[in-house]
Design a protein around this ligand. Sequence first.
Ligand SMILES: CC(=O)N[C@@H]([C@@H](O)[C@H](O)[C@H](O)CO)[C@@H](O)CC(=O)C(=O)O
Length: 357
Amino acid sequence: MAFPKKKLQGLVAATITPMTENGFKKDWHQLFLNASVTCSQIKQKTCDCMNRQDLLPVTEEINFSVIGQYVDYLVKEQGVKNIFVNGTTGEGLSLSVSERRQVAEEWVTKGKDKLDQVIIHVGALSLKESQELAQHAAEIGADGIAVIAPFFLKPWTKDILINFLKEVAAAAPALPFYYYHIPALTGVKIRAEELLDGILDKIPTFQGLKFSDTDLLDFGQCVDQNRQQQFAFLFGVDEQLLSALVMGATGAVGSTYNYLGKKTNQMLEAFEQKDFSLALNYQFCIQRFINFVVKLGFGVSQTKAIMTLVSGIPMGPPRLPLQKASREFTDSAEAKLKSLDFLSFTDLKDGNLEAGS
Ligand SMILES: CC(=O)N[C@@H]([C@@H](O)[C@H](O)[C@H](O)CO)[C@@H](O)CC(=O)C(=O)O
C-alpha cells in the first residue's frame, strides 16, 4: 500500500463499547456464591441460580446487537463518518483481547460502505497482545491502527518508546499508524514533538498523531516542525478544539462527537468559512456543556449515560472498576442539554430513559 493512504480528517468519534448488564449481574452472582459456607449449600444455591434467568452466569457482556444502529446514528444524526474503536471511551484497556477483536470486527463489518475510516486502537501493556491486535486489525480491513504508550512498565526515553511502537507497527505493515498521546492517563510524558522528530525513519507507516493533551505548545510544534509531511494531527480535547484548529489540527478524535458531532461540525464549518466569531460561539456553547458535566464528575461512565439519553441506543453500564453514572447526573446533564438547545423533548426516543438508572 502506498503511503499516505486517504488522509484522516474531520471528526472522529471515539466509540463507546455498548455493554449488557451481565457484567454487573455476574458480580452479584459471585457475591451470592461467596456467602455460601458448605459445599452442599453452594451446590444447592448454584442449582437454584441455574433456574433463575436473572442470576445465570452469562458470558456475553458486550452488546454487539446495537452497533449497526450506532453506525447509522453517527452518520445520519451526527454527520460523523470516522471512528476510533477500543480507545479510552471504548474501555479498550478493560476488555479482553478476544473481546477487543470481536468489537473491532463488528465495527468494521457494520461500518462497511457507511463509514469513511475505522481506526482501531491496539495499545496494550503486552507487546505481544498489541501485535496480535494490530495484525488482526489488518486482517479485518481496518483503515488504521493507533497505539498508546505502555503505562505500567513505562518507556522512559523517546528511543525506547519508538522501539516499542515500531514493533507494533511492523505487525501491520500495510496499515497507517497513529501514535495516541495521552500523558495524563499513561503517565508517559515524552513530548509528542520530540517523538515525531525523525519518526518516519523508524516507522514508515506513521501517518499521524492523536493528541489528547492540553499542551498547545507541544501540539503546535508538532504541526510546525512537520509541515513537509502529510501527517494527520488529530486533537483530543473537545472543549479546546477551536484553539487546536488555529494551531493546524487537521481533525479531532473525541468522546463528545458521539452526541455533539453535529454541533461540532457546525463549528468546523464556520472555521472553514473563516467566520471566527461564529466558530467561537459554537466552541463556547460546547464548553458550557462540558464545563457543567466536568464539575459533576465526567468520564467514560457519564459519556455512556449521555449517549444513551441522546441517541436512544442503550450503551449499558461501564465495566469495573468504573461505576455507573448516577440518575442525578443524567437528569442534570439532560436539563443542561435542553437549556443549551442540544436536545429537545422530541429528540428523546423510546428506551433512552434507562440512562443512568
Ligand atoms: C481523557 C478523555 O477521555 N478524553 C477524551 C475527550 O474526548 C474528552 O472526553 C473530552 O474532551 C471531554 O473532556 C478523548 O480524548 C478520548 C479518546 O479520544 C478516546 O476515547 O480514545
